[in-house]
Ligand binder design. Structure first.
Ligand SMILES: [Zn+2]
Ligand SMILES: [Zn+2]
Length: 435
Protein backbone atom coordinates (compact mmCIF):
# COMPACT_ATOMS: atom_id res chain seq x y z
CA UNK A 1 0.00 0.00 0.00
CA UNK A 2 2.99 2.28 0.52
CA UNK A 3 3.08 3.37 -3.12
CA UNK A 4 -0.43 4.87 -2.80
CA UNK A 5 0.56 7.16 0.06
CA UNK A 6 2.36 10.49 -0.20
CA UNK A 7 5.75 11.00 1.47
CA UNK A 8 5.48 11.47 5.26
CA UNK A 9 4.45 15.02 6.08
CA UNK A 10 3.20 15.67 2.52
CA UNK A 11 -0.41 15.43 1.42
CA UNK A 12 -2.95 15.79 -1.32
CA UNK A 13 -5.38 18.66 -1.10
CA UNK A 14 -8.88 17.70 -2.24
CA UNK A 15 -12.31 19.34 -2.14
CA UNK A 16 -13.44 21.08 0.02
CA UNK A 17 -9.97 22.03 1.41
CA UNK A 18 -8.65 22.74 -2.08
CA UNK A 19 -11.56 25.11 -2.83
CA UNK A 20 -11.18 26.85 0.52
CA UNK A 21 -7.45 27.27 -0.16
CA UNK A 22 -8.15 28.69 -3.60
CA UNK A 23 -10.78 31.05 -2.16
CA UNK A 24 -8.27 32.28 0.43
CA UNK A 25 -5.67 32.85 -2.28
CA UNK A 26 -8.21 34.85 -4.26
CA UNK A 27 -8.97 36.98 -1.17
CA UNK A 28 -5.24 37.48 -0.66
CA UNK A 29 -4.58 38.57 -4.24
CA UNK A 30 -7.48 41.04 -4.14
CA UNK A 31 -6.61 42.41 -0.70
CA UNK A 32 -2.87 42.75 -1.23
CA UNK A 33 -3.47 44.32 -4.64
CA UNK A 34 -5.61 46.95 -2.95
CA UNK A 35 -2.67 47.75 -0.65
CA UNK A 36 -0.39 48.14 -3.67
CA UNK A 37 1.55 44.87 -3.53
CA UNK A 38 2.36 43.10 -6.80
CA UNK A 39 2.77 39.36 -7.11
CA UNK A 40 6.18 37.76 -7.57
CA UNK A 41 6.32 34.07 -8.52
CA UNK A 42 9.46 32.52 -7.18
CA UNK A 43 11.22 29.22 -7.88
CA UNK A 44 10.67 26.39 -5.40
CA UNK A 45 14.29 25.28 -5.68
CA UNK A 46 17.19 27.61 -4.86
CA UNK A 47 20.88 27.27 -4.13
CA UNK A 48 21.19 26.08 -0.53
CA UNK A 49 23.70 28.85 0.06
CA UNK A 50 20.94 31.47 -0.34
CA UNK A 51 19.26 30.32 2.87
CA UNK A 52 22.48 29.65 4.76
CA UNK A 53 23.52 33.27 4.14
CA UNK A 54 20.15 34.93 4.74
CA UNK A 55 17.87 32.86 6.96
CA UNK A 56 20.95 32.10 9.06
CA UNK A 57 23.28 29.17 9.42
CA UNK A 58 22.39 28.60 13.08
CA UNK A 59 18.63 28.82 12.79
CA UNK A 60 16.53 25.66 13.26
CA UNK A 61 15.18 26.21 9.77
CA UNK A 62 18.56 25.89 8.08
CA UNK A 63 20.32 23.66 10.59
CA UNK A 64 17.65 21.00 11.08
CA UNK A 65 14.64 21.49 8.83
CA UNK A 66 15.79 22.43 5.34
CA UNK A 67 15.33 19.80 2.60
CA UNK A 68 18.72 19.72 0.89
CA UNK A 69 19.47 17.91 -2.32
CA UNK A 70 22.08 18.00 -5.01
CA UNK A 71 21.50 18.03 -8.75
CA UNK A 72 23.24 15.91 -11.39
CA UNK A 73 26.10 18.42 -11.47
CA UNK A 74 26.66 18.08 -7.72
CA UNK A 75 25.37 21.59 -6.91
CA UNK A 76 23.95 21.99 -3.41
CA UNK A 77 20.29 22.96 -3.63
CA UNK A 78 17.41 23.38 -1.20
CA UNK A 79 13.63 23.34 -1.37
CA UNK A 80 12.79 26.83 -0.11
CA UNK A 81 11.98 26.77 3.61
CA UNK A 82 10.74 30.38 3.58
CA UNK A 83 9.96 33.09 1.04
CA UNK A 84 11.94 36.18 2.03
CA UNK A 85 15.42 35.13 0.77
CA UNK A 86 14.02 34.25 -2.66
CA UNK A 87 12.05 37.51 -2.80
CA UNK A 88 15.17 39.53 -1.97
CA UNK A 89 17.18 37.56 -4.52
CA UNK A 90 14.47 38.27 -7.12
CA UNK A 91 14.49 41.97 -6.17
CA UNK A 92 18.23 42.13 -6.84
CA UNK A 93 18.28 39.81 -9.84
CA UNK A 94 15.48 41.65 -11.66
CA UNK A 95 16.76 45.16 -10.83
CA UNK A 96 13.42 46.07 -9.26
CA UNK A 97 15.24 48.91 -7.54
CA UNK A 98 15.63 50.62 -10.92
CA UNK A 99 11.85 51.01 -11.19
CA UNK A 100 12.11 53.82 -8.63
CA UNK A 101 10.29 54.01 -5.31
CA UNK A 102 9.94 51.08 -2.95
CA UNK A 103 9.27 47.61 -4.36
CA UNK A 104 6.16 46.09 -2.80
CA UNK A 105 5.95 42.37 -3.49
CA UNK A 106 3.77 39.49 -2.42
CA UNK A 107 4.12 35.79 -3.02
CA UNK A 108 1.88 32.74 -2.63
CA UNK A 109 3.33 29.25 -2.61
CA UNK A 110 4.67 26.10 -0.99
CA UNK A 111 7.50 26.12 1.52
CA UNK A 112 9.26 22.99 2.79
CA UNK A 113 10.53 22.14 6.27
CA UNK A 114 11.30 18.75 7.77
CA UNK A 115 9.45 19.40 11.02
CA UNK A 116 7.58 16.79 13.03
CA UNK A 117 4.21 16.51 11.26
CA UNK A 118 1.20 17.39 13.43
CA UNK A 119 -2.29 18.85 13.06
CA UNK A 120 -2.14 21.80 10.71
CA UNK A 121 1.58 21.37 10.13
CA UNK A 122 2.95 19.65 7.06
CA UNK A 123 6.41 19.38 5.57
CA UNK A 124 5.11 21.09 2.46
CA UNK A 125 2.98 24.00 3.58
CA UNK A 126 1.68 27.10 1.92
CA UNK A 127 2.63 30.63 2.79
CA UNK A 128 1.39 34.00 1.65
CA UNK A 129 3.93 36.73 2.29
CA UNK A 130 4.68 40.36 1.53
CA UNK A 131 7.93 42.31 1.35
CA UNK A 132 8.39 46.07 1.11
CA UNK A 133 11.90 46.93 -0.05
CA UNK A 134 13.24 50.48 0.01
CA UNK A 135 11.04 52.26 2.57
CA UNK A 136 12.71 52.99 5.94
CA UNK A 137 9.71 54.76 7.50
CA UNK A 138 7.61 53.19 10.30
CA UNK A 139 4.61 53.83 8.04
CA UNK A 140 5.87 50.98 5.84
CA UNK A 141 5.82 48.60 8.83
CA UNK A 142 2.28 49.75 9.60
CA UNK A 143 1.07 49.46 5.99
CA UNK A 144 2.37 45.91 5.95
CA UNK A 145 0.57 45.06 9.22
CA UNK A 146 -2.65 46.70 8.00
CA UNK A 147 -2.60 44.63 4.80
CA UNK A 148 -2.22 41.54 6.96
CA UNK A 149 -5.11 42.56 9.19
CA UNK A 150 -7.28 43.15 6.11
CA UNK A 151 -6.42 39.67 4.87
CA UNK A 152 -7.26 38.07 8.23
CA UNK A 153 -10.53 40.01 8.31
CA UNK A 154 -11.36 38.84 4.78
CA UNK A 155 -10.88 35.27 6.02
CA UNK A 156 -13.58 35.90 8.62
CA UNK A 157 -11.29 36.44 11.62
CA UNK A 158 -12.27 40.02 12.33
CA UNK A 159 -11.96 40.62 16.09
CA UNK A 160 -10.54 37.13 16.66
CA UNK A 161 -6.85 37.85 16.33
CA UNK A 162 -4.30 39.42 18.67
CA UNK A 163 -1.29 41.41 17.52
CA UNK A 164 1.97 41.19 19.47
CA UNK A 165 4.75 43.68 18.86
CA UNK A 166 8.37 43.85 19.97
CA UNK A 167 11.50 45.90 19.34
CA UNK A 168 14.64 43.91 18.52
CA UNK A 169 16.83 47.00 18.18
CA UNK A 170 19.66 47.25 15.70
CA UNK A 171 23.18 45.96 15.17
CA UNK A 172 24.54 49.31 13.96
CA UNK A 173 24.56 51.10 17.34
CA UNK A 174 26.87 49.64 19.98
CA UNK A 175 24.50 50.66 22.78
CA UNK A 176 21.65 48.75 21.11
CA UNK A 177 21.63 44.97 20.41
CA UNK A 178 25.41 44.45 20.68
CA UNK A 179 25.35 45.64 24.31
CA UNK A 180 22.29 43.52 25.06
CA UNK A 181 23.96 40.52 23.49
CA UNK A 182 26.88 40.73 25.90
CA UNK A 183 24.54 41.22 28.88
CA UNK A 184 22.56 38.21 27.72
CA UNK A 185 25.68 36.08 27.27
CA UNK A 186 26.80 36.83 30.87
CA UNK A 187 23.30 36.00 32.11
CA UNK A 188 23.24 32.72 30.17
CA UNK A 189 26.84 31.76 30.99
CA UNK A 190 25.86 31.82 34.68
CA UNK A 191 23.08 29.31 33.88
CA UNK A 192 24.91 27.29 31.26
CA UNK A 193 24.53 23.94 33.05
CA UNK A 194 20.75 24.18 32.96
CA UNK A 195 20.54 24.77 29.17
CA UNK A 196 19.60 22.05 26.70
CA UNK A 197 22.33 20.72 24.38
CA UNK A 198 21.13 22.78 21.40
CA UNK A 199 21.16 25.99 23.44
CA UNK A 200 24.62 25.28 24.84
CA UNK A 201 25.76 25.32 21.21
CA UNK A 202 23.84 28.53 20.51
CA UNK A 203 25.46 30.39 23.40
CA UNK A 204 28.56 31.33 21.43
CA UNK A 205 26.89 31.73 18.04
CA UNK A 206 23.43 33.18 18.52
CA UNK A 207 22.37 33.63 22.16
CA UNK A 208 19.15 35.45 21.17
CA UNK A 209 17.84 32.21 19.70
CA UNK A 210 17.89 30.64 23.18
CA UNK A 211 14.91 32.85 24.08
CA UNK A 212 12.98 30.99 21.37
CA UNK A 213 13.82 27.51 22.72
CA UNK A 214 10.62 25.72 23.67
CA UNK A 215 12.29 24.19 26.72
CA UNK A 216 14.67 26.87 27.98
CA UNK A 217 12.88 30.02 26.82
CA UNK A 218 9.84 29.97 29.12
CA UNK A 219 11.99 28.97 32.13
CA UNK A 220 14.52 31.79 31.65
CA UNK A 221 12.14 34.58 30.66
CA UNK A 222 11.08 35.83 34.11
CA UNK A 223 14.71 36.62 35.06
CA UNK A 224 16.03 37.93 31.74
CA UNK A 225 17.81 41.29 31.73
CA UNK A 226 15.52 43.86 30.07
CA UNK A 227 16.44 45.05 26.58
CA UNK A 228 16.83 48.82 26.12
CA UNK A 229 17.02 49.73 22.44
CA UNK A 230 18.87 52.82 21.22
CA UNK A 231 16.97 56.09 20.82
CA UNK A 232 16.52 55.68 17.04
CA UNK A 233 15.13 52.16 17.41
CA UNK A 234 12.83 53.21 20.26
CA UNK A 235 11.54 56.13 18.23
CA UNK A 236 10.89 53.89 15.23
CA UNK A 237 8.85 51.28 17.07
CA UNK A 238 7.01 53.92 19.12
CA UNK A 239 5.87 55.49 15.87
CA UNK A 240 4.73 52.08 14.61
CA UNK A 241 2.67 51.75 17.79
CA UNK A 242 1.18 55.24 17.39
CA UNK A 243 0.21 54.67 13.76
CA UNK A 244 -1.33 51.31 14.61
CA UNK A 245 -3.48 53.00 17.26
CA UNK A 246 -4.55 55.68 14.76
CA UNK A 247 -5.71 52.99 12.32
CA UNK A 248 -7.63 51.07 14.96
CA UNK A 249 -5.27 48.14 15.45
CA UNK A 250 -4.89 47.07 19.09
CA UNK A 251 -1.62 45.46 20.04
CA UNK A 252 0.27 44.24 23.09
CA UNK A 253 3.99 44.58 23.62
CA UNK A 254 5.70 41.22 24.05
CA UNK A 255 9.36 41.59 25.06
CA UNK A 256 9.91 37.87 24.43
CA UNK A 257 8.81 37.86 20.81
CA UNK A 258 12.01 37.04 18.90
CA UNK A 259 10.79 35.31 15.71
CA UNK A 260 13.46 32.60 15.14
CA UNK A 261 15.30 34.30 12.25
CA UNK A 262 18.63 36.06 12.32
CA UNK A 263 17.84 38.96 10.04
CA UNK A 264 15.14 40.89 11.90
CA UNK A 265 15.79 44.27 13.49
CA UNK A 266 13.60 46.87 15.19
CA UNK A 267 9.94 45.97 14.57
CA UNK A 268 8.88 42.35 14.90
CA UNK A 269 5.22 41.32 15.10
CA UNK A 270 2.95 38.32 15.19
CA UNK A 271 -0.79 37.77 14.82
CA UNK A 272 -2.21 34.98 16.96
CA UNK A 273 -5.73 33.59 16.68
CA UNK A 274 -8.22 32.05 19.06
CA UNK A 275 -8.98 28.37 18.67
CA UNK A 276 -5.50 27.16 17.71
CA UNK A 277 -4.27 26.01 21.11
CA UNK A 278 -0.61 26.54 21.96
CA UNK A 279 0.40 26.82 18.28
CA UNK A 280 -1.65 29.97 17.88
CA UNK A 281 0.65 32.06 15.67
CA UNK A 282 -0.99 32.70 12.30
CA UNK A 283 1.40 35.13 10.72
CA UNK A 284 4.41 37.16 11.65
CA UNK A 285 7.22 39.24 10.36
CA UNK A 286 9.31 42.29 10.92
CA UNK A 287 11.87 44.71 9.63
CA UNK A 288 15.09 43.39 8.08
CA UNK A 289 17.11 46.46 7.14
CA UNK A 290 20.42 44.63 6.83
CA UNK A 291 19.48 41.61 4.73
CA UNK A 292 19.65 43.03 1.21
CA UNK A 293 23.16 44.37 1.80
CA UNK A 294 24.17 41.12 3.49
CA UNK A 295 23.07 39.31 0.32
CA UNK A 296 25.31 41.46 -1.84
CA UNK A 297 22.91 44.26 -2.77
CA UNK A 298 22.95 47.96 -1.94
CA UNK A 299 21.85 49.04 1.53
CA UNK A 300 18.04 48.73 1.42
CA UNK A 301 15.62 49.01 4.34
CA UNK A 302 12.91 46.35 4.24
CA UNK A 303 9.94 44.95 6.12
CA UNK A 304 7.68 41.96 5.52
CA UNK A 305 5.64 39.09 6.90
CA UNK A 306 4.53 35.57 6.09
CA UNK A 307 1.27 33.83 6.86
CA UNK A 308 0.63 30.08 7.18
CA UNK A 309 -2.32 29.20 4.98
CA UNK A 310 -3.16 25.86 6.68
CA UNK A 311 -3.20 27.46 10.13
CA UNK A 312 -5.36 30.29 8.87
CA UNK A 313 -7.88 27.83 7.43
CA UNK A 314 -8.03 25.96 10.75
CA UNK A 315 -8.59 29.23 12.61
CA UNK A 316 -11.23 30.29 10.09
CA UNK A 317 -13.00 26.98 10.56
CA UNK A 318 -12.95 27.44 14.33
CA UNK A 319 -14.55 30.85 13.85
CA UNK A 320 -17.82 29.61 12.40
CA UNK A 321 -18.93 32.57 10.25
CA UNK A 322 -15.64 32.37 8.41
CA UNK A 323 -16.71 29.21 6.66
CA UNK A 324 -19.15 31.20 4.56
CA UNK A 325 -16.52 33.79 3.75
CA UNK A 326 -14.09 31.16 2.49
CA UNK A 327 -16.34 28.53 0.98
CA UNK A 328 -15.77 29.53 -2.63
CA UNK A 329 -17.59 27.67 -5.38
CA UNK A 330 -15.77 24.36 -5.21
CA UNK A 331 -17.60 21.38 -6.61
CA UNK A 332 -21.03 22.38 -5.31
CA UNK A 333 -23.43 22.77 -8.19
CA UNK A 334 -26.15 25.34 -8.62
CA UNK A 335 -28.02 23.33 -11.25
CA UNK A 336 -28.09 19.55 -11.54
CA UNK A 337 -29.12 18.04 -14.88
CA UNK A 338 -30.78 14.61 -14.74
CA UNK A 339 -32.06 12.51 -17.58
CA UNK A 340 -34.63 9.71 -17.70
CA UNK A 341 -34.88 8.08 -21.08
CA UNK A 342 -33.09 7.21 -24.29
CA UNK A 343 -30.69 8.82 -26.73
CA UNK A 344 -32.80 11.94 -27.42
CA UNK A 345 -33.04 12.78 -23.69
CA UNK A 346 -29.30 12.22 -23.26
CA UNK A 347 -28.60 14.52 -26.22
CA UNK A 348 -30.73 17.30 -24.72
CA UNK A 349 -29.22 16.73 -21.27
CA UNK A 350 -25.68 17.02 -22.58
CA UNK A 351 -26.57 20.17 -24.51
CA UNK A 352 -28.33 21.71 -21.49
CA UNK A 353 -25.30 21.14 -19.22
CA UNK A 354 -22.91 22.81 -21.63
CA UNK A 355 -25.35 25.66 -22.29
CA UNK A 356 -25.68 26.42 -18.55
CA UNK A 357 -21.93 26.32 -17.99
CA UNK A 358 -21.13 28.51 -20.98
CA UNK A 359 -23.71 30.97 -19.66
CA UNK A 360 -21.63 31.13 -16.44
CA UNK A 361 -23.79 29.05 -14.13
CA UNK A 362 -22.37 26.26 -11.96
CA UNK A 363 -23.88 23.05 -13.31
CA UNK A 364 -23.30 19.34 -12.80
CA UNK A 365 -24.93 16.03 -13.65
CA UNK A 366 -24.32 13.81 -16.62
CA UNK A 367 -24.81 10.60 -14.62
CA UNK A 368 -26.94 9.28 -17.46
CA UNK A 369 -26.16 5.63 -16.74
CA UNK A 370 -27.90 5.89 -13.34
CA UNK A 371 -31.59 5.67 -12.50
CA UNK A 372 -33.50 8.93 -12.02
CA UNK A 373 -33.77 8.14 -8.31
CA UNK A 374 -29.97 7.79 -8.02
CA UNK A 375 -29.42 11.01 -10.00
CA UNK A 376 -31.79 12.93 -7.71
CA UNK A 377 -30.01 11.51 -4.66
CA UNK A 378 -26.70 12.75 -6.06
CA UNK A 379 -28.22 16.19 -6.73
CA UNK A 380 -29.20 16.30 -3.05
CA UNK A 381 -25.73 15.20 -1.91
CA UNK A 382 -24.14 17.97 -3.96
CA UNK A 383 -26.48 20.55 -2.52
CA UNK A 384 -27.86 21.59 -5.92
CA UNK A 385 -30.45 24.36 -5.71
CA UNK A 386 -32.16 23.57 -9.00
CA UNK A 387 -32.69 20.29 -10.76
CA UNK A 388 -33.38 19.89 -14.47
CA UNK A 389 -35.11 16.65 -15.46
CA UNK A 390 -35.37 15.66 -19.12
CA UNK A 391 -37.41 12.60 -20.05
CA UNK A 392 -38.25 11.08 -23.42
CA UNK A 393 -41.52 13.05 -23.53
CA UNK A 394 -39.81 16.42 -22.95
CA UNK A 395 -37.04 15.61 -25.46
CA UNK A 396 -39.59 14.65 -28.12
CA UNK A 397 -41.42 17.98 -28.00
CA UNK A 398 -40.71 20.67 -30.57
CA UNK A 399 -39.02 22.72 -29.28
CA UNK A 400 -37.81 20.39 -26.47
CA UNK A 401 -38.56 21.20 -22.84
CA UNK A 402 -37.49 20.12 -19.36
CA UNK A 403 -38.87 20.01 -15.84
CA UNK A 404 -37.18 22.64 -13.66
CA UNK A 405 -37.41 21.66 -10.00
CA UNK A 406 -36.58 23.99 -7.12
CA UNK A 407 -34.82 21.76 -4.58
CA UNK A 408 -35.48 24.16 -1.70
CA UNK A 409 -39.03 25.33 -2.37
CA UNK A 410 -40.10 22.04 -3.98
CA UNK A 411 -41.95 23.75 -6.88
CA UNK A 412 -41.65 22.31 -10.37
CA UNK A 413 -42.42 23.82 -13.78
CA UNK A 414 -42.01 22.89 -17.44
CA UNK A 415 -39.56 25.21 -19.19
CA UNK A 416 -38.40 25.37 -22.81
CA UNK A 417 -34.77 24.18 -22.95
CA UNK A 418 -33.90 27.25 -25.00
CA UNK A 419 -35.12 29.40 -22.06
CA UNK A 420 -33.48 27.24 -19.38
CA UNK A 421 -30.34 29.28 -18.82
CA UNK A 422 -32.30 32.50 -18.31
CA UNK A 423 -34.84 30.82 -16.02
CA UNK A 424 -32.11 29.09 -13.98
CA UNK A 425 -29.94 32.21 -13.84
CA UNK A 426 -32.90 34.26 -12.59
CA UNK A 427 -33.75 31.73 -9.86
CA UNK A 428 -30.14 31.49 -8.68
CA UNK A 429 -29.65 35.25 -8.58
CA UNK A 430 -32.91 35.72 -6.66
CA UNK A 431 -31.72 33.35 -3.96
CA UNK A 432 -28.10 34.46 -4.01
CA UNK A 433 -27.84 38.01 -5.27
CA UNK A 434 -24.05 37.70 -5.60
CA UNK A 435 -23.94 34.28 -7.30
ZN1 LIG B 1 19.14 50.54 17.70
ZN1 LIG C 1 17.21 25.04 24.68
Amino acid sequence: MAETQPVRGFRDLVVPESSRTAALEAHARATLGRYGFGEVRLPTLENAELFVKSTGENTDIVEKEMFRLSDQGGRSLALRPEGTPGAVRAYLDNNLRQLGGPAKLFYVGSMFRAERPQKGRYREFEQIGVETLGNPHPAADVESILALRALLDAAGLSGRTRLKLNNLGCLTQAECRPRYRSELVSFLEARKDSLCETCKGRLGKNPLRILDCKGDGPRLRPDLPPFKPCAACSGHVEQVATLLAVTGVDHVRDPHLVRGLDYYNRTVFEFAADGLGSQDALAGGGRYDGLVEQMGGPSTPAVGWALGVERLLIAAEAADPALAALSGHGAAAGVFVAVQGGAAAVTEGTRALEDLRRFGLPASGGLFASSLKAQMKEAGRQGARLCVIIGDAEAAKSPPTCQLKDMEGGSQAEVLLQDLRDAAGKRLSEEHPRA
